[in-house]
Design a protein around this ligand. Structure first.
Ligand code: CTP
Length: 403
């Protein structure tokens, strides 16, 4: 049996210390060997028994305290990652200056694994030049930071200094521990649905939420890729799933996606066109709001075609680049598959992910079914489940294709 990976959660003496219990619980559940090292003052916030129960390991706050079964050197040597949640101004300063006056700071000093700090403190303390200098120093040394967030603080004030959500901390820990097969690779993902303006208040749009493309961008990012996301009208709560490393460029229309995609194509190893791009846009943009004219009865719009961006990118890609896209089709699964295969042959993308859509299928945060086909329409993969579950499988299929 392979050895469980060890994560040390340091806990600083902040009111947010209780939130670290959720981080410890999530990591223990995921099978990590979690050790909690609170600072002595942090034990006033959450007691040793709680940490022991959640982690399944003993809790020490001082080096050489009676009953310490494991030394700080041993703890440090076997650690795969140390995260301090919350990192108070005091802990941050002590780590920055190499002080070793409790178990946590001794272990941090002795370890050579990645270190993640999740600061939480009052805005004034965070903004203080002393803290900011310490943060800069630590970042220069390769220490990872997550947060702080803007929000309500324990003092009742609102400002920067709130601990980021436990989910995001866990995700960052998992990301730091996960293999990075895409390290150094550039990936362009488009997501969302375009909106083609008719006049200053109206547009022609579609129901795409952007969830699938965002999840794909997220997994490329978690696996080390430099990801650029061309975001067409995606809600902030959907974008919130992205790791900080993903660069998000708003591209609300087909023309803006085309301009950005053609500009970035030469530097990309992989392109994923997951956006629902308008095939037609209003021939003319009316600068004033179009008025109702009841006497005329019917109202017609003249539309003109947009560029098929995916087909263009597939045609202009260089050897070694992989261009992939999605096919959104309606009808029975057999029809969807036939239409998708025909589209794959027509567009020339390396992989086309065929997805059934409709009034009750395909859009939003729903389970779905996807079939992957190559340029000739041959099926090379099938996936079923939540978009967040299928996305990493799509990323690994693209990875297999790029070898
Ligand atoms: N696409 C594109 N540029 C367009 C339209 C679509 O790059 N102007 C891309 C989409 O991002 C997707 C793929 O082409 O990756 C297929 O999109 P889809 O809407 O399924 O097909 P269409 O090409 O629009 O054809 P149709 O609407 O007739 O099914």
């Amino acid at each position: 049996m392979s050895k469980r990976r060890r994560v040390i959660i340091g806990v600083g003496a902040g009111i947010a210390a209780y939130k670290a219990t959720n981080v410890v619980r999530a990591l223990s559940k995921s099978g990590f060997d979690v050790w909690v090292i609170p600072t002595p003052a942090a034990l006033e916030m959450v007691g040793a028994l709680t940490w022991q129960a959640l982690s399944g390991n003993p809790v020490y706050t001082q080096v050489n305290e009676p009953g310490t079964g494991v030394g700080h050197i041993e703890l440090a040597r076997d650690a795969d990652l140390i995260a301090v949640v919350p990192a108070t101004a005091n802990v941050l300063a002590r780590i920055a200056h190499g002080l070793a006056n409790d178990m946590l700071t001794n272990v941090v000093l002795a370890a050579d694994c990645p270190l993640l700090l999740a600061p939480a403190m009052h805005t004034n303390m965070w903004n203080n030049p002393a803290t900011q200098e310490n943060v800069k120093l630590l970042k220069r040394r390769g220490v990872h930071f997550i947060g702080p967030d803007l929000g309500e603080l324990s003092s009742g004030d609102v400002g920067l200094g709130r601990l980021v959500s436990e989910d995001r901390i866990v995700e960052q820990i998992l990301s730091l521990l996960s293999p990075k097969p895409w390290q150094g690779k550039n990936v362009l993902v488009s997501a969302g649905g375009t909106r083609e303006p008719l006049d200053p208040v109206r547009f022609l749009g579609n129901r795409s939420s952007g969830i699938f493309g965002v999840q794909i961008a997220r997994h490329f990012g978690l696996q080390g890729a430099n990801v650029t996301l061309l975001a067409a009208n995606i809600e902030p709560q959907v974008l919130a799933a992205l790791p900080n490393s993903v660069r998000v460029l708003p591209t609300p229309t087909a023309t803006e996606i085309y301009n950005a995609a053609t500009k970035y194509l030469p530097n990309m190893q992989v392109v994923v066109m997951a956006a629902a791009v308008a095939d037609y846009k209003p021939a003319e943009f009316q600068t004033q709001k179009i008025k109702k004219t009841p006497e005329k009865g019917e109202f017609s719009l003249t539309l003109c075609p947009t560029v098929d961006i995916l087909a263009y990118l597939a045609e202009h890609k260089q050897p070694g680049q992989i261009v992939t896209g999605f096919a959104a089709e309606t009808g029975s699964w057999e029809t969807v598959l036939d239409l998708g295969k025909e589209k794959a042959r027509r567009k020339g993308a390396d992989i086309l992910f065929i997805n059934k859509v409709g009034q009750t299928a395909g859009f939003g945060d729903t389970a779905t079914q996807v079939s992957a086909v190559d340029q000739l329409g041959n099926e090379i993969g099938q996936f079923r489940g939540e978009k967040s579950e299928i996305a990493p499988q799509i990323v690994s299929l693209i990875g297999q294709h790029s070898q």
